[in-house]
Write a protein that binds this ligand. Structure first.
Ligand SMILES: [Ca+2]
Ligand SMILES: [Ca+2]
Ligand SMILES: [Ca+2]
Length: 418
């Protein structure tokens, strides 16, 4: 075999994207013993040549010997002398490709034969030929990766210049960043990181996908291992639970026997934002309420989210409005519809009234509570907003009260003079 031939083989395999180095098994490098025959030992130039009766093939002197069947190179060829078919595997079990072999029948005659390439036990390539008394070149396919080659030639045949290439497989890591998109504050979304072995055929990509960091992403511990043959993928799923509006990101590291990489997980928390005509937490003062008088104040609630209108992601539900506290019975709500949904910039007005049915002079206190789904999944109770309700009840119209109080002072002053 010439160097030129080796180089051209290499270029051929490079063209097919397979990183390999070709070798031609000539059987001329085993011995110089004339008129001799013997077993081809294991790991002959990286390959094992056996039969399916589990014996080694023989090397044999077929030029100038008792077996004058000729050769393609040198004086030696390989013989299957033990029945069955020939099986060729790489010594280290790695993958290889088959380019061609020369073969002829031992003795006389002719028969139809086949060569079959296997990968992980499955046939991946085959060719049909006629075996006769002439040294013929049987072409293979150097772009098909095998881990076993079977010469289904039956017993008593000779081969020479078996051209094979061991495939040096190399894994490659491909992994992509993940974006959870917009996620409503108070709810969660999941997304997966996927790693793929984009390496060569026969390669195995092994490694780990790490945890996410930061309180808004999980899982925050542990690694997920992967072992991938060519073009296989593995995924790890993460959960994003934004705690507030705004963009978030975290890093997930992927380590492998090819390369290591850091992936970025991104997401944006979006939410309705509660606003009202009287600031939540402050007091709605109804002032003085005469007996049998009802005073009504309007309260307007708005969804003031600065986010885009993202439908259910930014909609705000007013789940309930209730009045509590020791003087709750003096106050009432009207025009409120539980379950009212406000989209971005949407507003809703309802009314709170105070009535005075009795004669006491008293400050009346109650609390108005609005339950919303802000900071929760749509329709689920989240943020609660309260307002202090205050009214001053008096028994008569204000002017009469003033006179009554003035009269009371008069009486007191008269008693004190005596
Ligand atoms: Ca010889
Ligand atoms: Ca030879
Ligand atoms: Ca955040």
């Amino acid at each position: 075999m010439t160097k030129k031939f080796l180089i051209s083989l290499f270029l051929l395999f490079s063209y097919f994207g397979i990183f390999s180095w070709g070798i031609v098994l000539t059987f001329d490098d085993i011995t110089t013993s004339q008129n001799a025959v013997g077993h081809i030992s294991s790991n002959y130039n990286g390959f094992n040549l056996t039969t399916d009766t589990n014996q080694a093939m023989d090397w044999i002197d077929t030029v100038g010997s008792s077996w004058p069947y000729g050769s393609v190179s040198g004086e030696y060829t390989a013989l299957n002398n033990y029945g069955g078919n020939a099986i060729i595997r790489a010594y280290n079990g790695s993958t290889f490709t088959f380019s061609s072999v020369y073969a002829r029948i031992w003795g006389t005659g002719s028969r139809s034969v086949s060569i079959v390439g296997y990968r992980s036990g499955s046939s991946v390539w085959s060719g049909s030929y006629t075996l006769d008394t002439i040294w013929r070149n049987f072409a293979g396919n150097s772009s098909v990766v095998l881990d076993e080659l079977r010469l289904n030639f039956s017993n008593h045949f000779l081969i020479d210049n078996l051209a094979l290439s061991e495939v040096t497989s190399s894994p490659a890591l491909s992994a992509s960043n993940t974006n959870f998109g917009n996620v409503r504050v108070g709810s969660s979304a999941t997304a997966s990181v996927t790693v793929t072995n984009t390496g060569t055929s026969g390669s195995t990509l092994t490694g780990n996908i790490g945890p996410a960091s930061g309180s808004e992403f999980s899982p925050a511990s542990g690694s997920q291992s992967f072992s991938l043959s060519q073009n296989q993928s593995a995924s790890r799923t993460y959960t994003y639970t934004p705690s507030a509006r705004g963009a978030d990101s975290t890093t997930v590291s992927v380590t492998s026997n090819a390369t290591n990489t850091n992936l970025t997980l991104t997401g944006t928390g979006v939410s309705p934002v509660y606003a009202s005509s009287v600031a939540p937490g402050s007091t709605i003062d109804f002032g003085t309420v005469d007996k049998d008088q009802t005073i009504t104040q309007a309260l307007t609630i708005q969804n003031a989210t600065p986010d885009a209108d993202l439908g259910n992601l930014t909609n705000m539900t007013l789940l309930s409005a209730t009045i509590s506290g020791q003087d709750a019975s003096y106050f009432s709500i009207s025009g409120f519809t539980p379950g009212t949904v406000l989209s971005k910039n949407g507003s809703f007005q309802f009314f709170v009234s105070v009535s005075n049915p009795d004669y006491y002079i008293m400050n009346r206190y109650a609390t108005l509570t609005i339950v919303t789904d802000v900071n929760a999944a749509l329709g689920v109770a989240g943020n609660v907003y309260t307002y202090q309700l205050v009214a001053y009840t008096v028994p008569e119209p204000s002017s009469i009260i003033f006179l009554s109080v003035a009269g009371l002072f008069l009486v007191i002053s008269r008693f004190s003079r005596k």
